[in-house]
Design a protein around this ligand. Structure first.
Ligand code: FAD
Length: 391
């Protein structure tokens, strides 16, 4: 009964959202049309509208900002106190766009939105409420105050270039088109719309995801399913270290998950090896002594993991898995690929060969590590593109 009531209330919420979306009047003309009302698109809209432009946001989902709600397991790790270029796939471009004030600019934006935050391990920044809904709500209210028209339930189907104008056609809760001076592409990862403009796009691939792996002989992933370890994980290719992360590793029946593995997934290829040190590099002589004293590895590791490894300290220090590829790619946090960055001026995020067309967020071929790096890029690139589009 309870489950049925919950389903009804979900569908009612969606119906209410669709009815509210249908009631939005979309102007036929505006200065800036933002395509995509996710993290980057909302910030671009706010920046452009606060700079005096008339702004329309066309969003495919029934509500804007829904993607924010799923982030950080519903807590939204919205930035990092130690943002660093080298944690992105294209450090030079991110530095050129975001400048030395990257982290401060993101926090200044949220301070002005009225959000309080707290720092956790690894410099991860969360809203003080630890609720992604807080982040979404303050961003949506600021967008509302800025005068931007948020038009959800409208999927953009084409973008055409005219004489110093753009025609953006949409379908959904009413169909139509908007004539705009500038367009901001903020469609997120894996979207094909940009290709229709003849822009070069890097192929899409899931990153920040779990990895399907083959376990070492004698170790059963089924027996380890659900166990977590704090480990140092090294990604090896032909016995050469490609990347290294220390953090949580989660064992799953198909392979490995957890934040350390998500980060390694940005660099991994099928056939690579992930070597886990479940003792996190604790001094070998001391580890040997502790195992002798305890009579097992249970004082160093989760006892279930220790038993599965036959209480072998050697296995605990160098447990090797062979990567087959991304597991559950549809659940990846980020899609690598998208608009090739070389086509965009990093000062404005305007396409060099298509004046008046801007891009931001995951639509561009930028991805970063776990820990708030991807949302930080979305917010900051949204600010840059929105301000420039309003000029
Ligand atoms: C489960 C999960 C957890 C995550 N957790 C974190 C985290 O804690 N910290 C972090 O930094 N990053 C996290 N990320 C990554 C982060 O969410 C993204 O990097 C970020 O949302 C990208 O913002 P964006 O605005 O570029 O794209 P999106 O947020 O994907 O927004 C794009 C929007 O465009 C809309 N759209 C697409 N095509 C069209 C169209 N044709 N017409 C109209 N609208 C369209 C989409 O519906 C969407 O709303 C997480 C991702 C996932 C999936």
């Amino acid at each position: 009964m309870a489950r049925k009531a919950r389903r009804t209330s979900r569908s009612q919420t969606r119906e209410a959202a669709l009815a509210a979306a249908a009631a939005v009047r979309v102007p036929e003309r505006c200065d800036v049309c933002v395509i995509g009302g996710g993290a980057a698109g909302l910030v671009a809209a706010i920046a452009a509208a606060e700079d005096g432009a008339s702004v329309v946001v066309l969003e495919r989902s029934a509500e804007c900002g829904r993607t924010i709600l799923a982030t950080g397991n519903g807590r939204c790790n919205f930035s990092n106190a130690r943002l660093a270029w080298e944690r992105y796939n294209n450090p030079g471009f991110v530095e050129a766009v975001c400048g030395s004030g990257f982290g401060q600019d993101v926090l200044a934006f949220f301070e002005e939105c009225g959000l309080a935050w707290a720092e956790e391990e690894g410099g991860r920044l969360y809203p003080l409420s630890r609720q992604a809904a807080s982040v979404r709500e303050v961003v949506l209210s600021r967008a509302g105050r800025s005068g931007a028209v948020l038009a959800p339930a409208r999927e953009v189907t084409s973008i055409e270039r005219g004489e110093k104008i753009w025609r953006v056609t949409y379908d959904g809760a009413g169909s139509g088109s908007v004539i705009a001076r500038s367009v901001v592409l903020a469609v997120g990862g894996g979207e094909e719309l940009a290709r229709t403009l003849g822009l070069a796009c890097a192929p899409f691939e899931p990153v920040l995801c779990s990895l399907a792996c083959e376990a070492p002989e004698g170790v059963s992933l089924d027996a380890l399913d659900g166990r977590r370890a704090h480990a140092t994980a090294r990604l090896l290719r032909d016995d050469t270290e490609v990347a290294r992360e220390t953090g949580e590793v989660l064992f799953r029946p198909y392979g490995l998950s957890g934040i350390a593995v998500f980060d390694l997934s940005r660099f991994s290829r099928p056939g690579d090896v992930i070597a886990l040190d479940l003792t996190c590099g604790i001094d070998e002589a001391r580890a040997t002594r502790l195992v002798k004293q305890a009579g097992s590895c249970a004082g160093l590791l989760d006892p279930v993991i220790a038993r599965e490894l036959g209480d072998s300290l050697g296995a605990a220090r160098d447990l090797r898995f062979v990567v087959s590829g991304p597991a559950e790619p549809q659940r990846a946090q980020v899609t690598r690929g998208g608009l090739a960055t070389g086509q965009f001026d990093p000062a404005t995020l305007e396409a060099r060969d298509l004046p008046g067309l801007f891009a931001c967020g995951e639509a561009l071929n930028i991805d970063g590590a776990c820990g708030g790096f991807n949302l930080a890029w979305a917010w900051k690139s949204g600010l840059v593109a929105g301000r420039a589009a309003a000029q």
